[in-house]
Design a protein around this ligand. Structure first.
Ligand code: NAD
Length: 271
């Protein structure tokens, strides 16, 4: 009947899952065709709208991604690394665009996404907002212009339910700062300082994480040297902005070749 791309939201009861459902339902460019939660969750078998505390939506929450993805042109995934790896394989089998907002992957886990990206489009970003993606570009430029006498610190703040640190966005910013001055982030990361740490090492990139209340996401990149400081900051005040970025990525990916992409590709910000 409809030719609009069919969208499946996984982790549908989560903070981002519910936000994605609202945004997909509000969009005229796509339709919600499925909703997945983990096996054993209260919502399984219920109408999604009713489970979310509103009117019926005609979409039943399922714990079977294989069956659900068969109807999908895109899968929106803000869950957890182990779940996302499983979904990547299944989304690739269904040739659906897999939009991954999940953060907290290890290097090994990121490697495991690669086979799926040979068969389908994956768009993965630790942050789906235009503002933060612009911030990564600016961070890279500023970093490239300064020498190692400038200490770089990345300070992030999030709500008290966040399970990983530093945030995916902080790591994106760290990567950008490292790349700007020709470093490999893993070789210069300084995070989780506590106790007798010794003096700061020249050229390190430091991370500090604040957790509290309902903070949606705040990131500051601080460049500090003797006598002056530069600070670049982004504040997200509504997580709908991440969901809208994911929707943009799902549509953008529809006519792309299989491969792994990020929001800089989607937003046309790659130089
Ligand atoms: P949340 O805990 O509220 O939601 C996660 C959901 O995933 C839960 O409903 C959980 O039941 C579900 N889930 C876990 N394993 C599953 C499985 N095997 N099958 C189906 N569902 C499963 O968390 P949240 O605040 O919504 O964040 C989720 C992820 O998105 C985190 O990694 C967070 O850092 C990330 N995030 C990314 C961005 C971005 O722009 N990239 C923005 C916000 C959050």
């Amino acid at each position: 009947m409809s030719e609009l791309p069919g969208i499946v939201v996984v982790g549908v009861s989560g903070r981002m899952g519910q936000m994605l459902v609202r945004e997909v339902r509000a969009s005229e460019k796509m339709r919600l065709v499925g909703a997945v939660e983990r096996a054993g969750h209260d919502w399984i078998g219920q109408d999604l709208g009713v489970a979310m505390g509103g009117p019926e939506m005609g979409v039943t929450v399922s714990d079977d991604p294989v069956e659900t993805f068969a109807k999908a042109q895109a899968v929106l995934d803000f869950t957890a690394p182990a779940a996302t790896l499983e979904f990547a394989e299944l989304a690739a089998q269904a040739r659906a665009v897999h939009v991954i907002g999940t953060t907290g992957f290890t290097e090994d886990e990121l490697e495991k996404l690669k086979p799926a990206a040979r068969h389908a489009v994956i768009v993965r970003a630790g942050n789906m907002s235009l503002g933060v993606n612009l911030l990564t570009q600016v961070t890279k430029q500023v970093s490239a212009a300064l020498d190692l006498d400038w200490d770089i610190e990345i300070i992030e703040a999030h709500h008290n339910r966040k399970v990983d640190a530093p945030s995916g966005t902080a790591l994106m910013l760290g990567e950008a700062a490292a790349e700007g001055r020709g470093q490999v982030l893993s070789e210069v990361t300084d995070s989780g300082r506590d106790g007798m740490t010794g003096a700061r090492k020249r050229g390190d990139i430091g991370f500090a994480a604040i957790r509290g209340g309902d903070i949606v996401g705040e990131h500051e990149v601080l460049f500090a040297t003797a006598g002056e400081r530069i600070s670049i900051r982004h504040v997200a005040s509504d997580r709908a902005l991440f969901a809208r970025g994911a929707l943009t990525a799902a549509l953008w990916g529809q006519d792309k070749e299989p491969g792994e992409y990020d929001m800089l590709d989607v937003l046309g910000l790659k130089r």
